[in-house]
Design a protein around this ligand. Structure first.
Ligand code: FES
Length: 83
């Protein structure tokens, strides 16, 4: 079976192609998009991104395929820090 390519549309309007299992950080770098980091162990939430409406912690997740092979990514917003 061949790996299907996944198109990622970033909130900076750049688009990149990734494969299932790729790192969110390397994909973001290719797009010129910066995912903030903190603990890198999955506990602080600094790296949270919104992928097709679902919150993902980039440091403990890899890119997964979704129906249609298109992922739309934005940074999640924190209501406590967005005032
Ligand atoms: S960097 Fe802390 S949860 Fe990802």
């Amino acid at each position: 079976m061949t790996e299907s390519k996944i198109k990622i549309i970033w909130s900076n309007k750049n688009e990149t192609i990734a494969l299932k299992g790729d790192s969110w950080f390397s994909a973001a770098k290719k797009a010129g998009f910066e995912i903030p980091t903190g603990c890198l162990t999955g506990s602080c939430g600094a790296c949270e991104i919104d992928v097709n409406g679902e919150t993902v912690r980039a440091c403990i997740s890899n890119i997964k395929n979704k129906k249609g092979n298109i992922l739309r990514v934005t940074l999640t917003s924190d209501p406590f820090w967005d005032n």
